[in-house]
Design a protein around this ligand. Structure first.
Ligand code: BT5
Length: 324
């Protein structure tokens, strides 16, 4: 079975994008035309794009873009991030697996990544839509020597790293909406979920969950988020190799993380402000204790949002949803 598959792929590789007739394939593989059709269907299920034209036969349009350990590690330039990759075709949530690995003692920089999440999660019990093969659904284990209250800074640091990576790979300059959204043309393209395991005075691990919409088309988004979500491919007008973007995110993250551990949050804050859209604007912050309207002044050195209400009172906000 897998031998036939290999032969078929070799045939397509030799054809170099040209058509091969069904007749020829069945002769070379030594199987019936119906069996050829079955193999073609299986390849399609794996993400190969194959065109079938009567009389001409089959032609390969594109190969799958996978995010297995091999794909990620081939050409990876980091010192440690992503040197151990735990890949699964399908998971409930990469966060759950990373949490378990962290608990079992996994090293800093361990990456969990999957093609599909069946129960991807956002903040506060919300769902993260993570369809098969079109996005980056991954969780990175960090063990920063910082007090637990500083952990939210890592969300902001991650947002900057992802913006830099997106810019590097696609040329698009994204916007950041405090604290964890990355937007393209006002629509959400990336979500970040930072989960902390700590004692009151010591961090055991921080799991950085990253969801990036990469190759979805508009129709591939569920209706309830179609108007608020977008993908890099939609904005760029072409598909992007996910593994390449994963490599760049890991590289930028590692650089900023080292900078952060050496020099603190200040340099990161400056970079963050360069990408932030909400600063200086009138916004509404929905917190667990109600909504506050005001002008976003910026973020503090700790990473809290400073919001000035109509009475000139400044609120320091740890966690909220922001409406621009
Ligand atoms: C987030 O939550 O934005 C954090 C998302 C983190 C996802 C990653 S994927 C890898 C790792 N494993 C996980 O299980 N999670 C992490 P929040 O700010 O609460 O935003 C959630 C809201 O975004 C939802 O309520 C929807 O409105 C919207 N949404 C859901 N899926 C989306 C998608 N694919 N693209 C854009 N928006 C989406």
């Amino acid at each position: 079975q897998s031998d036939t598959r290999k032969k078929l792929l070799e045939l397509f590789a030799e054809a170099n994008g040209d058509f091969i007739s069904g007749q020829k394939i069945s002769e070379i593989l030594g199987c019936s035309r119906a069996a050829v059709w079955k193999h073609i269907e299986e390849l399609r299920k794996e993400g190969f794009e194959l065109e079938a034209v009567r009389r001409l036969g089959y032609r390969i349009v594109s190969t799958p873009d996978k995010v297995t350990a091999n794909e990620i590690q081939l050409g990876l330039k980091t010192e440690t991030f992503g040197h151990f990759v735990h890949f699964e075709e399908e998971v409930a949530s990469t966060q759950k697996i990373a949490l378990k690995l962290a608990y079992e003692g996994a090293k800093e920089g361990t990456l969990v990544i999957s093609e599909l999440q069946t129960a991807g999660r956002g903040r506060m019990g919300r769902k993260w839509f993570s369809p098969k093969g079109t996005g980056i659904w991954m969780s990175l284990i960090l063990r920063p020597p910082i007090p637990p209250q500083k952990a939210p800074q890592l969300t902001l640091l991650t947002a900057v790293a992802i913006c830099q990576a997106i810019q590097q790979v696609t040329g698009i300059v994204p916007d950041i909406k405090w604290p964890n959204d990355i937007l393209l043309n006002g629509k959400k393209c990336v979500g970040i979920l930072t989960e902390l395991q700590a004692d009151p005075d010591r961090v055991h691990s921080v799991i950085i969950g990253i969801g990036v919409n990469v190759n979805q088309t508009v129709e591939q988004f569920p209706e309830d988020i179609r108007t608020i979500a977008t993908s890099l491919a939609i904005e760029k007008g072409e598909r992007i190799k996910r593994a390449r973007l994963v490599q760049e995110i890991l590289l930028q993250l590692e650089k900023l993380y080292h900078q952060y551990l050496q020099h603190g949050f200040r340099p990161i804050k400056l970079l963050w402000e360069g990408y932030a859209v909400s600063i200086g604007k009138k916004i509404t912050a929905r917190t667990l204790n109600g909504s506050i309207k005001g002008t976003a002044l910026g973020i503090t050195d700790e990473g809290l949002l400073m919001l000035e209400d109509e009475d000139k009172h400044i609120h320091y906000i740890h966690s909220a949803d922001i409406q621009l």
